[in-house]
Write a protein that binds this ligand. Structure first.
Ligand code: AN7
Length: 360
């Protein structure tokens, strides 16, 4: 029988805290492609690879953590899960909960999550509430509810989430046959940054890899608490997934940066959108704006002379472009892109396309 990828819990059963008693709730997450990006290598002189996490079942990296968190919740007898979310966590929690036959409640900041993600959570039958506050308010309330009511918290403050997400680092090491020199991720709650660091640290300890990558994380300039060193009360960015002012994994992330000789930087929304265009139009990978910050971060660090020629760099792009596609229809000058309309007329269309008939 042809081999089908079995999801991260089964593929990495020996590396995770699961047992025969753990009911495995999976939608086949993980096993995502690590794609060479020649256009980014040409721009930087580094050897650049893109870990395309939009290829997960609900279109983001959250599925790696959610298979673990929901499986462990069901093992513990939970009948309901709860999370706060900027969108992707809610879509993932809703899908895994419904697959397990339990309910999900999700709290999202009103009017501030991408339509694709809102649609996913609703399609997967979540009890979705739009809170008139920001993500940080939603997370405070989700934690309070989980502490006082019979609902299981599946935000990344739940260590099971980080455990599941560390598997992405295992996959990178398998493909490259070592850790890369640099690993770049977008940062919101800094859960994923911390998860990659954990995964790479475990590979090094097992003797599978020879080094830790330098972990580079990027936040949106209007929403950059770790870079600034203080909570941002009113975070703002078009990259709604990482519009987070008080990251849950702040301390883990600082420790990971110190151990890996890493870096946190801030990127403007304009640069995020520029990187989004480059990744779409030059590499052929469509992501949501928050994910494009990995590309923007690479270009910024490269321009600053901080990425040596020939270095191996892995960029995680965290969420699929179809979740929040509107940004592709905005030109570099900010105007709307309007596709040209033509008649049902081959000659006219050839002319508009600039095609010249081949002569015999
Ligand atoms: C596409 O869905 O926090 O630094 O509630 O959706 O681990 O938080 C999403 C975060 C990066 C940041 N890219 O990861 C949520 C949520 C995308 C994301 C991040 C998120 P963390």
């Amino acid at each position: 029988m042809a081999h089908q990828w079995r999801g991260v819990l089964r593929e990495y059963a020996d590396r995770l805290n699961i047992s025969d008693a753990t009911p495995i709730v999976t939608l086949g997450e993980g096993g995502t492609p690590l794609i060479p990006a020649p256009a980014l290598s040409a721009r930087t002189g580094a050897r650049v690879w893109v870990k395309f996490e939009g290829m997960n079942p609900t279109g983001s990296f959250k599925d790696r953590g959610m298979t673990m968190a929901v499986s462990k919740a069901v093992e513990a007898g939970a009948k309901a899960v709860i999370c706060a979310s900027t969108g992707n966590t809610s879509a993932s929690a809703a899908a895994y909960a419904t697959h397990a036959g339990i309910t999900s409640a999700v709290l999202v900041p009103e009017g501030k999550i991408a339509m694709g993600k809102l649609a996913q959570a609703i399609a997967h039958d979540a009890q979705l509430l739009q809170v008139r506050g920001n993500f940080d308010d939603c997370l405070d309330i989700a934690r309070e509810l989980a502490a006082n009511y019979p609902v299981h918290l599946v935000n990344s403050v739940n260590n099971d989430r980080i455990e599941g997400q560390k598997t992405a680092a295992f996959e990178v090491v398998e493909v490259l046959e070592d850790a890369p020199d640099f690993h770049i991720v977008p940062v919101g709650n800094a859960g994923n940054y911390s998860a990659y660091f954990r995964g790479y640290s475990e590979e090094l300890a097992r003797g599978i890899s020879t080094k830790l990558p330098r972990m580079f994380g990027f936040q949106a300039a209007g929403s950059a608490p770790i870079v600034l060193g203080h909570v941002v009360k009113h975070p703002d960015t078009i990259a709604s997934a990482i519009r987070i002012g008080n990251p849950a994994s702040w301390e883990l992330a600082i420790a990971a940066r110190e151990t890996s000789d890493g870096y946190f930087g801030a990127i403007s929304d304009d640069m995020i959108l520029e990187a989004h265009r480059i990744l779409s139009a030059e590499v052929g990978i469509f992501v949501e704006p928050a994910s494009a910050i990995s590309v923007a971060g690479l270009l910024e660090r490269s321009a600053a002379g901080e990425i040596p020629a020939g270095a191996t760099v892995v960029l995680t792009v965290t969420g699929h472009g179809l979740k929040d596609p509107q940004w592709a229809l905005r030109a570099a000058d900010g105007s709307d892109v309007t596709p040209t309309s033509v008649a049902v007329d081959t000659d006219e269309i050839a002319d508009v396309l600039g095609l010249v008939k081949a002569t015999a």
